[in-house]
Design a protein around this ligand. Structure first.
Ligand SMILES: Cc1ncc(COP(=O)(O)O)c(C=O)c1O
Length: 442
């Protein structure tokens, strides 16, 4: 028996909402009914500026006609096609299209349906790659404190957000973490990459000494740790991580589920930082958030390591029913067309200085202890309320909704990352609303 009323209402709805305060939300819902361009609309028709591109994914803005039409056409033509031992042309076309944008020789693509799946796929590829070349003793996976790599078992294990890990048992064995890079004492109010902290990358050497480097398969980091609070890598940090991985034969995986597709002013974050990882996990903006999809990019030598056995053997016993789904490929191709036609993959670089000025102009408002930014991302960190961490952030989120903006918070950190189509006047509007929120959030 359940105690739901016979006539369902939103308050007793069957929907178990993800990453949400279900009971609180269902009593005072914040619903979205429609979206267009830079805006969401509530069922009552109230307009909200989208300050975080949905969940960091709607990079070209909402309900873009070309993408909508491509999906509509595709669903009527080929609704589903099996990807195991079968194929459809769009999958190959789309893989080549996005491979052309990827850095260095990361030109081979494995399709998934989400960021979480991309992360777990990248981790499995790393383990299988080492085994294929006779280094099956490399079994350890290294993540970073405060990293977010989705919610599957692998991603949760390498992730470093305590609240996301603690209730799920032992997760995956053989995982360890390097330290995070957040240091407000030295780096508060940094613009772009903070100056201090490159040496934190040497924490990997500590783990190499502890476990022996020959047991480590891969290190996974987000170039910018977004969901964990927008932690921008210190100058020189990623380079140092790369060098340590090279020294010890460890694969470096960039989780670019957020930083890919233009967020930092280049197609991939790796291109912005000039550091070439061995694998890149992506999702979200790959289809502008319209149809679930993810993709893992790998370097040629990784792909080739799998292509050595007999040709009548399956090289990678991994994949999803919906890998390279026709609707996702159609949405992805149309998305790339929009990105290209409107220059969106580099637009964040143009907007960056203006965005940075407006973000840092909030300095001095009540409870603001840090403002940081990179590309078209900004974070405003608020001092936590005594004994109630996260509550000030939550208040800011709900107040912003009332005042006309949708924004994400990670605990007491407001994270802003609007669609890359945003205009300067809209940047002003967004920060004006955030200013009003901060003035009235005690
Ligand atoms: C860096 C990173 N990795 C993985 C994920 C998980 O993606 P998804 O929610 O599509 O599974 C996210 C989602 O925010 C992310 O930011």
């Amino acid at each position: 028996m359940n105690d739901r009323a016979t006539v369902p209402t939103l308050e007793n709805s069957a929907f178990f909402m993800p990453f949400s305060m279900n009971r609180q939300f269902k009593k005072a819902p914040r619903l979205i009914a429609r979206a267009e361009g830079m805006h969401y609309y509530t069922p009552e028709g109230r307009k909200l500026i989208d300050g975080t591109s949905g969940l960091w994914c709607v990079n070209a803005g909402h309900c873009r006609e070309k993408i909508v039409k491509a999906v509509q056409k595709q669903v009527a033509e080929l609704d589903f096609a099996p990807a195991f031992q079968m194929g459809h042309p769009l999958a190959f076309e789309f893989a080549d299209r996005i491979a052309a944008l990827a850095p260095g020789d990361l030109k081979r693509v494995f399709f998934t349906n989400s960021g979480s799946e991309s992360v777990d796929t990248a981790l499995k590829l790393a383990l299988a790659y080492h085994r294929a070349r006779g280094e099956g003793h490399r079994i350890r996976l290294i993540g970073r404190e405060r990293g977010y790599h989705g919610v599957n078992f692998g991603g949760t294990a390498v992730g470093g957000v305590v609240g996301n890990r603690k209730i799920f048992g032992a997760l995956v064995t053989g995982v360890d973490h390097i330290r995070h890079t957040h240091d407000l004492e030295k780096n508060a109010f940094s613009r772009g990459q903070p100056k201090h902290g490159a040496e934190l990358a040497d924490d990997l050497e500590r783990l190499c000494a502890l476990h022996d480097a020959s047991t480590i398969a891969a290190v996974i980091v987000e170039p910018v740790a977004c969901s964990g609070g927008v932690l921008v890598p210190p100058v020189g940090y990623l380079e140092r991580l790369r060098a340590t991985c090279d020294k010890h034969g460890i694969l470096l995986i960039f989780d670019e589920v957020i930083t890919a597709w233009g967020r930092l002013g280049k197609p991939f974050g790796a291109q912005h930082f000039g550091v070439l990882p061995d694998l890149i996990a992506t999702a979200k903006g790959i289809t502008n958030g319209t149809v679930p999809m993810g993709a893992v990019f790998m370097r040629e030598r990784i792909y080739q390591a799998f292509m050595t056995g007999p040709e009548n053997a399956i090289e990678m016993p991994h994949g999803y029913t919906y890998s390279s789904h026709p609707l996702a490929c159609a949405a992805g191709l149309a998305t790339m067309q929009v990105y290209e036609e409107e220059g969106l993959l580099t637009r964040a670089a143009e907007l960056w200085p203006y965005w940075e000025e407006q973000a840092h102009a909030l300095k001095g408002l009540p409870n603001v202890i840090d403002i940081r930014n990179i590309g078209l991302i900004a974070a405003i960190e608020l001092a936590p309320r005594a004994g109630a961490p996260g509550m000030r952030g939550l208040d800011a989120h709900t107040k912003a909704f009332e005042k006309g903006a949708y924004i994400r918070v990670a605990g007491d950190i407001i994270a802003l990352a609007p669609p890359l189509i945003i205009r300067k006047e809209e940047i002003d509007q967004l920060f004006e609303i955030v200013r009003g929120v901060l003035k009235t959030t005690n």
